[in-house]
Ligand binder design. Structure first.
Ligand SMILES: N[C@@H](CCC(=O)N[C@@H](CS)C(=O)NCC(=O)O)C(=O)O
Length: 287
């Protein structure tokens, strides 16, 4: 692993590294914020998954999360949103919503994407192992994300309830099976057989959830992607039907941007810290 940058921030460190990923078969870059508490003890980790067109750096430079992470004593890990490099295939037309910067946090099974696009395994297994081996972090983790990354956080948490204590999302794609961004990604990374899409659709996964994971979602009412792409009603209808106690907040007047994320990131970090530090009771219940 190679250190790219090391910057002091709110008494802690904002670090950036590159390493060779086994699952993605390419060099990957990630960022990690270590709060000042790391000087004395192990801290829990929150994983942040970004949206379309982002790298590991959008959240680091725009969300203003470091102040809250330092206050609450949590590390924040930000992976990139896709594999990258000369040999990594991209969208045929170089569109922003597929390929580079748009890995959708799935394991691709379809040529030519299956060789490098294994972002699900990267985020769930390879990166957390590397983080635990390298940094002063405890085994406790939560996960959050935005848009495509909100879809990633929700699906990954719902499929790995033992690995995360809480999950949250800003403007997540709530049912990729039912929106143009998701349909394009799932068709090309998986197949045109819709049966293969269910395991990467948060609304479908919520239908069969048997453990309750604390879940917070913020959605701006003036988000230009709300009606065509994000479609929270799919998730909310399932949550109602199966009595899943998710906390959904429509935030009046906010759009899809990092200004929206910056406005509520403090509350999301506080939400996760309350479970990571055992202040709130996760009490997983069978539903
Ligand atoms: N209109 C945008 C669509 C992509 C977009 O809005 N991306 C969101 C996530 S879905 C984002 O975080 N962009 C980077 C940023 O705002 O820093 C574009 O073409 O770049």
């Amino acid at each position: 692993m190679e250190l790219i940058s090391d910057i002091k921030c709110f008494g802690g460190k904002q670090l950036r590294y590159k390493h060779q990923s086994v699952v993605n078969q390419c060099e990957m870059v990630f960022s990690i914020f270590l709060p000042p508490q790391c000087d004395e003890r192990l801290v829990p980790v929150i994983y942040w998954l970004s949206g379309l067109t982002c790298t590991d750096e959008n959240f680091v430079t725009k969300a203003g999360a470091q102040r809250y992470a330092a206050e609450h004593g949590v590390a924040i890990v930000c992976p990139d949103t896709s594999p990258r490099g000369n040999n990594v295939p991209d969208d045929k037309e170089g569109a922003y919503d597929f390929g580079l910067g748009a890995g959708f946090y799935v394991n691709a099974s379809q040529e030519p994407f299956n060789q490098h696009y294994q972002m699900y395994d990267y985020v769930v297994s390879e990166l957390p192992k590397l983080i635990r081996q390298t940094f002063p972090v405890s085994g406790k983790a939560s996960i959050m994300g935005h848009s495509m990354g909100g879809h990633g956080a929700l699906t990954i948490a719902l499929k790995n309830t033992e690995q995360y204590l809480s999950v949250s999302a800003f403007a997540p794609i709530c049912s990729p099976m039912h929106c143009p961004w998701g349909e394009k990604a799932l068709t090309n990374y998986l197949s045109s057989d819709i049966a293969s899409w269910f395991e990467y659709d948060a609304s479908e996964l919520l239908k069969v959830a048997n453990l309750y994971l604390p879940m917070l979602i913020d959605q701006g009412s003036d988000d230009s992607f709300l009606k065509e792409q994000l479609k929270p009603h799919y998730l909310l209808n399932v949550a109602d039907a199966v009595h899943y106690p998710l906390k959904y907040r429509e935030q009046p007047g906010y759009d899809h941007s990092y200004y929206f994320i910056a406005s509520f990131i403090g509350e999301h970090i506080q939400f996760h810290a309350s479970y990571l530090y055992g202040i709130s009771d996760k009490s997983p219940v069978l539903i």
